[in-house]
Design a protein around this ligand. Structure first.
Ligand code: GLN
Ligand code: ZN
Length: 766
């Protein structure tokens, strides 16, 4: 008999109940008890779903009010001392406000850092370690959730983030993380004993860092930590996901655990080697249902894959999604407006639970027992494979001819730069912005009214035009050199294009947690992507009629379109990226034909697409850069191509960024006080750069002095002829008043520096 389980269920609720409960608590509109009540209801609901799907035990402690890594920091008392100052420990401060202060900051302290959870779009809170950090377990809240689960269901499998991953994912100041390993492992052992007392049979212990490139020291850390788990504890299921972990097999099979979970969606090839290597009593949890994507499982294919192993492993085979279902939305049942054919190809968390049940029955009771379910699955898979909406001959044809399309610009950068200079007639240190201007209540109301049908398209377009007019006017008054239309018509930089491209569909309730209460609804790329008609030409060309200054066209690049969507799994990501690239290429061409001389192709997500293991970087970067270049290479020499990137360390991918060969790149640098630019300088980045001088995440208006200082630093690193002045990123979240003031200061900096450079005959500043 094979056993089915899940690694975790999405926390936010079918309709984002947790988000709304959190935000009303943060606004002081509800009590901590009310918030905890919502959380309790959600957990009960999630367990009920697992019971209904026939899972022999429910998974507990996968829930979190904000983030599970933060929960573990709290559980083991490794929270930063800087928060201890006042409120903490005072009896009148509810523990919830201390907890949220860690995540969101408070009046005295900035929040703890947040960073991406591996290569997902979930973000975790980074624990802070330093020389004073001591491990101090407080398991009360953790155990309460177990009691709650046990009242609900006799068998409960709690989840723990393993000690080695917890340390690895932390950041440390003046202490070697591994110095804390043994005391931490001791406390884990202590907790495991408690769980043994509570009659817990299995504990799931997640060690996701096994997906990364680990050196000897970290591998040894596993051996050291798990040595504390040899006695008096429940059975341990070591969970790995997001990658093939077979290269660490010799270390892993020595650990004192009782089974391993493998991601067989990302790395199906690893199963055989594990079955052959693990100790005879270990279970193998086969992660065969995609926990990261929303496609329906090809159940018969999965059963074929599992068949030989199911026989061999018998009771030792467990079945599961590849990773926690945190990364997919909860249920398809609220997608009432979705195209029914496409909907039949999808599986959100609840549908994945049912798939798990069917697979388990097929293995335990025989395929006849689930004949109907299997045939339904077969039909859905067939309809998807054969659909002319998915596989569009013309798009496939264009893709197969893609090698005949040059990804190179006509001339090298130096020649292009000369041609563009004479066309654009820009001053030294030209000023520009990244694209969006404040999304005012007015703009949001227009869009909402149009979506609801309260105003017709004509009225809506007229309103958008007036927002564009306003933005252009402001920029002229400010004295900026390269203008933008302001993106008033865009709610989101991916959604706006996805809605106009074929091959994309949008869900109504496909929410996925990004961090804390923040959720995103990624669009779904279900079929071959193409561009039925021009997407931005009308707005951009209209904006250009309003000014004599160059108007910059604004596009989202192929890799960002890919990264921030649910991508089809029936062809390589590279193929989808190239289809997107060709669609954007068409838009670039139409923009330049409409007389637009500057076009920006945003790629803020380029870096986050990097594979977890370095050995796979070169391959990804090669096709990602090619996709970008294909979208840009249709530009004539006289058309200036910009790109933009933010929220990232770029230094380790500088050669790839240079290979993109954009005429100008604008990057976020102000918060690192231009440190990020050093890499570009050392690398001798060859083209133009606009290092951000205005931190658009902060309501603070940067002074002339502060920005001038940043630019002076930039001039030391990059030749002044190749520098631009601009904010870190788009201004859509800011208000007009602060934006105007900040940009006014920014233009003043440009003027001051130009004057000083002129007096000193360029290139040097006194
Ligand atoms: N052009 C976009 C904007 O200005 C870029 C956003 C981003 O980089 N995330 O909003
Ligand atoms: Zn940005």
């Amino acid at each position: 008999m094979a056993t089915a389980h899940i690694l975790g269920y999405p926390r936010v609720g079918e309709k984002r109940e947790l988000k709304f409960a959190l935000e009303s608590y943060w606004r002081n509109e509800t009590t901590a008890e009310a918030l905890q009540g919502v959380a309790e209801q959600l957990r009960a609901k999630h367990w009920k779903k697992q019971q209904a799907a026939g899972l022999p035990f429910v998974t507990s402690n996968d829930f979190s009010l904000y983030d599970h890594v933060l929960d573990h920091a709290v559980l083991f008392g490794i929270t930063p001392a800087r928060f201890n100052k006042k409120p903490f420990g005072e009896s009148n401060v509810p523990p919830e406000s201390t907890y949220f202060a860690f995540a969101r900051g408070n009046l005295e302290q900035p929040a703890m850092d947040m960073t991406k959870w591996f290569d997902t779009n979930y973000h975790y809170i980074v624990p802070e370690l330093n020389a004073d950090t001591t491990i101090n377990i407080n398991a009360h809240d953790f155990l309460i959730q177990i009691d709650e689960a046990q009242r609900f269901n006799a068998s409960v499998k709690p989840v723990l983030l393993g000690p080695v991953s917890l340390l690895y994912l932390s950041k440390s100041k003046d202490v070697n993380k591994l110095d804390l390993l043994e005391p931490l492992a001791q406390q884990y052992a202590h907790l495991l004993r408690e769980l043994q007392h509570k009659k817990i049979e299995w504990v799931q212990i997640d060690e996701p860092i096994l997906a990364l490139d680990l050196d000897e020291t970290w591998l040894k850390a596993f051996t050291k930590a798990y040595a504390y788990f040899r006695t008096l504890r429940p059975k341990l299921l070591l969970t790995t996901y997001f990658a093939n972990v077979a290269r660490y097999q010799t270390s892993i099979i020595e650990l004192a655990v009782d089974g391993i979970h493998l991601d067989l969606v990302r790395a199906p090839e690893q199963l055989a080697s594990w079955v052959n290597a693990v100790p005879a009593h270990w279970v193998i949890s086969a992660g065969v249902i995609d926990g990261r994507n929303i496609w329906r499982n090809d159940l018969e294919k999965t059963l074929d894959y599992l068949a030989p192993w199911a026989k061999r492993l018998g009771e030792r085979l467990w079945l599961a999604p590849s990773c926690s279902l945190l990364h997919v939305p909860a249920t398809l049942s609220h997608e009432v407006n979705m195209d029914t054919e496409i909907k039949s190809w999808l599986a959100y968390a609840d549908e994945k639970l049912l798939e798990l049940q069917v697979l388990t029955h097929a293995i335990n009771k025989g395929v006849e027992f689930v004949a109907d379910e299997l045939s339904a699955s077969r039909l859905a898979i067939q309809s998807r494979n054969n659909s002319k909406r998915v596989n569009v001959d013309a798009v496939k044809q264009r893709l197969s001819d893609v090698d005949t399309v040059s990804a190179e610009r006509v001339s090298a950068f130096a020649q292009r730069a000369t041609i563009q200079k004479s066309r654009l007639n820009l001053p030294l240190l030209p000023t520009t912005t990244i694209g969006s201007f404040p999304q005012t209540a007015d703009i949001r109301n227009s869009r909402a009214a149009f979506k609801k049908g309260d105003i017709d398209e004509q009225t809506y377009n007229a309103q958008i035009k007036s927002h564009i007019e306003f933005a252009v006017k402001q920029q002229e008054l400010l004295g900026l050199d390269v203008l933008v239309h302001g993106e008033a018509e865009r709610n989101d930089m991916v959604e706006y294009f996805g809605e106009q491209l074929s091959g994309y569909i949008f869900s109504q309730n496909g929410w996925v947690q990004s961090y804390g209460s923040r959720c995103v609804k990624p669009p779904v790329i279900y079929g071959d992507v193409s561009r039925p008609k021009a997407m931005t030409v009308e707005a951009t060309a209209y904006a250009q009629t309003l000014t004599k200054l160059p108007m910059k066209g604004m596009l989202t690049g192929p890799i960002t379109m890919l990264q921030w969507s649910f991508v089809r799994d029936d062809q390589a990501r590279e193929a989808t990226a190239l289809q997107l690239a060709l669609a954007i290429r068409d838009e670039v061409d139409d923009l330049q034909k409409a007389g637009i001389a500057v076009i920006q192709i945003d790629e803020p997500a380029l870096r986050e697409g990097l594979p977890l293991q370095k050995s796979a970087w070169a391959d990804y970067l090669a096709w990602a850069v090619r996709a970008f270049k294909l979208s840009a290479s249709v530009a004539d020499d006289s058309t200036q191509i910009h790109t933009h990137m933010c929220y990232a360390e770029f230094n380790d991918i500088l050669p790839a960024i240079a290979a993109m060969d954009a005429d100008v790149i604008t990057i976020e640098t102000s918060r690192s006080a231009m440190e990020l630019l050093d890499g570009f300088g050392e690398f001798k980045y060859p083209n133009d750069i606009g290092p951000g001088v205005y931190d658009i995440h902060s309501p603070r208006i940067p002074s002339v002095e502060a920005m001038e200082k940043l630019m002076r630093r930039a001039i030391e690193v990059v030749p002044v002829e190749r520098l631009w002045i601009n904010p870190d990123c788009g201004l859509k979240t800011r208000g007009w008043k602060e934006t105007n003031q900040a940009l006014k200061n920014m233009v003043t900096v440009a003027k001051n520096l130009r004057e000083q450079l002129q007096n000193n005959q360029r290139s040097t500043l006194s």
